[in-house]
Design a protein around this ligand. Structure first.
Ligand SMILES: *Cc1c(COP(=O)(O)O)cnc(C)c1O
Length: 389
């Protein structure tokens, strides 16, 4: 029998780092600032809406393939309220099993084997895997510290005749970079000039702490070529629910749906109802979430600085990237593997988000979507780190 069993497209992907680090956190009783999930749930009324959808029997059987109409309408209303975009809920919105399935379905639907996908490096770990599963070829354009701003000349140079699409992510995980209007316009210009599709992962759309989030689809000439992806996980602090959505013109939605229907077909019936309720929350909900996270960003960033890390304060997301060079000669992987034992804190090495293991060698990511007391405790534990190294 042929071994290894896993095929050559997936073999290089290994196992996601989060499994190892979360297991380490549990085994050592560490504070887990590795994986990006909040340690408090979203709003009570949203939970009740999920429970109600189960108890009333509304949400317990297969929902419609594109998602329940209530949720598709709520997504369209949200795009209108925050960005002035007019979407037809029937033909321009598709509900998915989290943003993760939306990314997978978009790659499987839009790529021919050999097509190139230009994406910022570091990338969210599912991008490389999904591009590979679709037979595509990833072409990284590196974001470099201290600002992690995109190099637009490098982006232009990365585009070839084989480029099918740009896979963007703003606000950007793990760097926290938020594309400015000028950058977004320059990228749009490139996409139009080279006639490229754009798939944009905007799951952190509401988590910005200064610069405002600009959806690529709002720029002139972009709506017709852009597949926008978002999800309820980060915005409403229900990462376990896995309700995501795609918004795009009808032909693109229909393309993505042709892959999605054979992945999960549908998912999360009750949570679709609850997410419709969540999206309709008043503006104050969104403002409060942002202000709360801004405070936590500053708390953890200050603490990490005091502990001796070089801190790249993020404009968005709930992650802080640091450089450990001033503390240790270890690479990020060794540092993160030792950190729980040394001081009871878990972080993740950014090198798992890079092809370039040299540039990313000393970068380490911490999540701040945790209760303030827990962040303070983590800072306290990290404050003794220097004397241990
Ligand atoms: C968390 C995350 C996702 C996954 O979202 P789900 O809705 O949980 O599938 C996708 N992209 C980025 C950049 C993320 O950080």
């Amino acid at each position: 029998m042929r071994t290894p069993y896993v095929n050559s497209r997936l073999a290089p992907m290994g196992t996601t780092i989060f499994a190892e680090m979360s297991a380490l956190a549990a085994a050592t009783g560490s504070i887990n600032l590795g994986q990006g999930f909040p340690d408090t749930d979203g709003p009570e009324e949203v939970k009740r809406a999920a429970a109600e959808a189960v108890l009333s029997g509304r949400g317990n059987q297969y929902p419609p393939g594109p998602g329940i109409p209530e949720l598709r309408t709520a997504v369209a209303d949200h795009q209108k309220r925050f960005y002035g975009l007019d979407l037809d809920p029937d033909s321009e919105v598709l509900v998915t099993a989290g943003a993760t399935e939306a990314i997978a379905a978009a790659m499987l639907a839009l790529l021919e084997p050999g097509d190139e996908v230009v994406a910022f490096e570091p990338y969210y770990d599912s991008y490389a895997a999904c591009i590979a599963m679709a037979g595509g070829v990833r072409v990284p354009v590196q974001l470099r510290p201290p600002t992690f701003r995109p190099d637009l000349d490098a982006l232009r140079a990365a585009i070839t005749d084989r480029t099918r699409l740009l896979l963007l992510n703003t606000p950007h995980n793990p760097t926290g970079m938020v594309l400015t209007r000028d950058e977004s316009e320059a990228i749009a210009q490139l996409a139009i000039e080279r006639d490229l599709l754009v798939v944009t992962d905007e799951v952190y759309e509401h988590l910005t702490y200064g610069p405002e989030h600009i959806p690529l689809a709002t720029l002139p000439g972009m709506r017709e070529r852009t597949v926008t992806i978002s999800s309820a996980g980060k915005t409403f602090s229900f990462t376990g629910w896995k309700i995501g959505w795609v918004t795009a013109p009808p032909e693109l939605v229909s393309a993505v749906r042709s892959a999605k229907q054979f992945l999960t077909y549908v998912s999360g019936g009750p949570f679709q109802y609850a997410t419709a309720t969540a999206l309709a929350l008043p503006d104050e909900y969104y403002t409060t979430l942002r202000e709360d996270l801004r405070g936590k960003r500053d708390l953890l960033a200050d603490g990490l600085e005091a502990a001796g890390f070089e801190v790249f304060r993020p404009d968005g997301t709930y992650f802080i990237t640091t450089d450990i060079s001033s503390l240790s000669d270890e690479d990020g992987m060794a540092f993160c593997r030792a950190l729980p034992e040394r001081c009871g804190v878990v972080a993740v090495p950014n090198l798992v988000f890079y092809d370039d293991k040299v540039a990313s060698r000393s970068l380490v990511r911490f999540a701040f979507c945790k209760q303030s007391d827990k962040l303070r405790e983590a800072i306290d534990r990290l404050s003794g780190l220097r004397s241990l190294l």
